[in-house]
Design a protein around this ligand. Structure first.
Ligand code: PHE
Length: 345
């Protein structure tokens, strides 16, 4: 009897020590099997009760039941503690720390061409110019004929123009055909418009020329529009675009649709005219072509050149962006390299 009682005590101590070692609710099931289950150690001990005398049995049975109840109670407590610990661990592993700072997001930017086009349009808008949209797909007539290009003019040749299957329909090589469209749609004068948009030339792609590029055309038509007006508008443009105190210079040039025609330079924005790598030691940077609207073009637009005069200019947007943003190769613009777009924006 005493032997059985001390065995019970030993078993209780052993079982409790084993219970304290458990590290998961899962392992507590094995513990149950080892100690309290049908083939467990306590059940084995209780089989020994049969050998005891009748008088001894009740006390021994009571002691055994106490141990059993104590172990069951201890198991429930241990399982509850383990469950709680497992829940806390799971929560901290899967949980979101709402106090963490957010991850930075890449924010899109406007393309340097778009930014520059808007700057140009804003400057012109302050001088009273309105924006006019003209088509990118043009007829040969608008792109050349009505602009006074004679039939054999080199710019009409295959290497410059992108044709469609219809030989009369082409991709515009400049924004100037918009001049005719504006004049035909808006009569009588005054006209003061800018025409921004894409142009296409079937040229070799180099650091200075792309097959697709943007221009902003300007057109003013009125009764007493003079070359001085052209100069004033372009000088103001240069000052707004490239900084106060800029000088501009006119060089004689030839365009079929203007007479006289000029190319316009601004004093080098890098060296101020002393001569450097950017201006190739000349002190000047070419920014656009311009001139007084040719009488033939006025007439083709529905305006009588005896009564009306006008001036026009055309500037490459990428060219202005390159000068303002120190970009040395036009090919960067439409390669879509995110590093360029992030830097140049
Ligand atoms: N269309 C000309 C070009 O693409 C530029 C220009 C426009 C010149 C208007 C004079 C007047 O080179």
């Amino acid at each position: 009897m005493n032997q059985l009682l001390s065995q019970l005590e030993d078993l209780r101590a052993e079982a409790q020590a084993a219970l304290a070692q458990l590290d998961s609710t899962e392992s507590s099931e094995a513990w149950y099997r080892d100690y309290l289950g049908r083939n467990g150690k306590l059940t084995a001990l209780l089989r020994g009760l049969g050998q005891l005398s009748k008088e001894e049995r009740p006390a021994a049975g009571q002691a055994a039941n106490q141990v059993k109840a104590a172990l069951e109670q201890a198991l429930h407590e241990r399982q509850a503690a383990l469950k709680q610990a497992e829940m806390v661990a799971a929560l901290s592993a899967e949980g979101v720390d709402v106090t963490l700072p957010g991850r930075p997001q890449q924010v899109g930017k406007l393309h340097p061409t778009t930014l520059t086009m808007r700057e140009i349009i804003d400057i012109c808008a302050q001088m009273g110019f309105q924006v006019y949209d003209a088509p990118e797909v043009e007829t040969d007539e608008y792109n050349f004929g009505l602009l006074n290009f004679l039939p054999g003019h080199p710019a009409r040749e295959m290497q410059d123009t992108f044709f469609t299957t219809n030989p009369d329909v082409i991709l515009r090589t400049h924004t100037s055909p918009g001049q005719i469209r504006v004049m035909r749609e808006h009569a009588p004068a005054p006209i003061r418009v800018v025409l921004p948009g894409k142009c296409f030339r079937n040229e070799d792609v180099t650091a200075r020329s792309e097959m697709m590029f943007y221009q902003v055309e300007g057109l003013v038509v009125g009764r007493n529009v003079t070359f001085s007006d052209l100069k004033g508008v372009l000088l103001n443009f240069a000052n707004q675009m490239y900084g106060e105190g800029r000088s501009i210079r006119f060089r004689k040039a030839y365009f079929p649709f203007t007479e006289p025609s000029v190319e316009v330079d601004v004093d080098c924005i890098l060296c101020g005219g002393k001569g450097c790598r950017v201006c190739k030691q000349s002190g000047w940077l070419e920014i656009l072509g311009a001139g007084m609207v040719h009488p033939v073009v006025l007439k083709n637009g529905g305006y009588d050149p005896a009564e009306f005069s006008g001036f026009a200019w055309g500037m490459g947007i990428e060219r202005q962006a390159m000068l303002k943003r120190s970009i040395d190769d036009i090919r960067y613009f439409y390669e879509n390299d995110a590093r360029f777009l992030a830097r140049a924006g």
